[in-house]
Design a protein around this ligand. Structure first.
Ligand code: FES
Length: 170
């Protein structure tokens, strides 16, 4: 039998060090993960979301497309619904405009004001945009509507990606 015995003091030291280390790791791991999470998720922002709209349903008239996706924010996952105004331009290219007014962020609607046909209308301060998203001078918005990156899946369904600055307004 070994004559090396662990004293009560040593036993308490080992135990407290072990428990303390375990607790510190438990607190630090989430903090480290929280700090580097955006780096790990860098590519997620570039993901495209499949909508419920088929490419052949899209006409030259802006139509509201709602799409939902799961958003992971640290440990919290929520379901987010966004909207795009989608149409095909003269060359058949899909345009998907953001509905967020560039004045103070209200939601614009296509032909939302019967007195302003063929325009997006923002009800908050009577903002107006052309079909391309170009803001109409003399109304509060000072920049064109942003747009979603858009593509069509192999099975012909509209997919929408990140919001980018408007590229069709000259
Ligand atoms: S928020 Fe749209 S015009 Fe002011």
């Amino acid at each position: 039998m070994s004559n090396q015995r662990v004293s009560r003091r040593q036993f308490l030291n080992y135990t407290l060090t072990g428990v303390g280390g375990f607790m510190a790791a438990g607190m630090l791991m989430p903090m480290v993960r929280f700090a580097i999470d955006p780096v790990l998720k860098a590519e997620a922002g570039g993901d495209f979301i499949t909508t419920g709209t088929a490419e052949d349903e899209i006409t030259d008239v802006p139509t509201r497309v709602d799409f939902t996706f799961e958003q992971v924010d640290a440990w919290y996952t929520s379901e987010v619904t966004q909207t795009a105004w989608v149409y095909k331009d003269g060359s058949g290219k899909i345009v998907a405009l953001s509905p967020t007014c560039k004045h103070l962020g209200c939601t614009v609607n296509w032909e939302g004001n019967p007195d302003e046909p063929e325009h997006f209308f923002c009800p908050c301060h009577n903002g107006l945009y052309e079909k391309s998203g170009k803001n109409v001078p003399g109304t509060p918005p000072t920049a064109p509507l942003d747009m979603f990156e858009a593509r069509v899946s192999d099975d012909g369904i509209l997919q929408l990606g990140p919001v980018v600055p408007n590229t069709i307004v000259k």
